[in-house]
Design a protein around this ligand. Structure first.
Ligand SMILES: C[S@@+](CC[C@H](N)C(=O)[O-])C[C@H]1O[C@@H](n2cnc3c(N)ncnc32)[C@H](O)[C@@H]1O
Ligand code: SF4
Length: 286
């Protein structure tokens, strides 16, 4: 059996066909690890809806940039949840999230919100995300719980890798029911972080999480990417699609950086970071 065969026999990390939709590449922040090339693009709503229908999408994750900055955000949520009847969730930094925004998103049918939190305190979170961001994230988590099932998302970075359990404990105190821990995806030009992740061993952290899980059942701790030690089959182009703010569809966000669709500038500087690259290429016949 080849490695490809073994990977294909594994389970997908997604239970539903999922579209990760970058509604805009505009953002109020400039996080140290960010993979988004920021700009002023706003996705076309009709293009997104067409993709949802034609790909048979069952779940849409609205992302960005900052998805809340899209001028049609409420209409998009309403159409996806109401007309298309897909589970619609949103991931954001917590900036500009107030009662009014949450009430509108709730009334339009949004199912849940994930808020990014990268530190257990202002000092660490803001060393990654910039001034004023910790308070907004924590306030957004508290407010959002009044309306939605709320989860948090953490990226493991040099600034916070030793404090991941502290962040989870803080989220536990805020009564969050789930948190996902993600590995950093190398970004062109971010040499310091790219070198760090290529040398970083997730073994100790994985062990800490295993112990934490065995002792705590009131918060679900999910891990993904290279962090999982390839327990799953690659979902790209099968269970996962990525729609960029310039309205191009890709099998995953990594494929956008690597220009897999056009295949004219096919470079894989971080090939080893895509845990099931061969499987994805075979599936897409690239
Ligand atoms: C691209 S952001 C868009 C939504 C929103 N601006 C936010 O920060 O939550 C979505 C998630 O991707 C994470 N992210 C950004 N760049 C990343 C990278 N290079 N590797 C892994 N995750 C990254 C962010 O920390 C965030 O949790
Ligand atoms: S808030 Fe999100 S999109 Fe904006 S810079 Fe940070 S990670 Fe990137």
């Amino acid at each position: 059996m080849t490695i490809y065969d073994s990977i294909c026999r594994l389970k997908s990390p997604y239970d539903k066909k999922t579209l990760l939709w970058e509604l805009t590449n505009k953002c109020l922040l400039n996080c140290r690890h960010c993979m988004v090339i920021s700009g002023e693009l706003f996705a076309d709503m009709d293009c997104g809806i067409q993709n949802v229908v034609s790909l048979g999408i069952e779940r849409v994750v609205l992302s960005g940039g900052d998805p809340i900055l899209h001028p049609d955000i409420y209409n998009i949520v309403k159409t996806l949840s109401g007309t298309c009847k897909v589970d619609t969730v949103l991931i954001c930094s917590g900036m500009r999230i107030d009662n009014e925004a949450l009430r509108l998103l709730h009334d339009d049918g949004l199912k849940s919100i994930t808020i990014s939190l990268d530190g257990p305190c202002e000092e660490i979170h803001e060393s990654i995300r910039g001034p004023g961001t910790f308070k907004s994230a924590v306030e957004a988590i508290k407010l959002s719980q009044k309306y939605f099932q709320t989860s948090a998302s953490i990226v493991v970075l040099p600034q916070n890798h030793h404090l991941i359990i502290n962040i989870i404990e803080m989220l536990q105190e805020l009564e969050i029911s789930s948190v996902s821990i993600n590995s950093y995806i190398p970004v062109h030009g971010n040499d310091e972080l790219n070198q760090w992740v290529s040398k970083y061993s997730f073994a100790a952290l994985r062990e800490q999480i295993t112990v934490f899980r065995s002792e705590n059942t009131n918060i679900k701790v999910k891990t993904s990417g290279i962090f999982t030690d390839c327990k799953y089959s690659c979902p790209a182009g099968n269970y996962l699609w990525y729609l960029s703010a310039d309205n191009n569809i890709y099998p995953c966000p990594l494929a956008q950086s690597y220009k897999i669709l056009t295949n004219t500038n096919f470079q894989l500087p971080y090939r080893e970071k895509c845990f099931a690259l061969e499987e994805m290429l075979e599936r897409l016949s690239v």
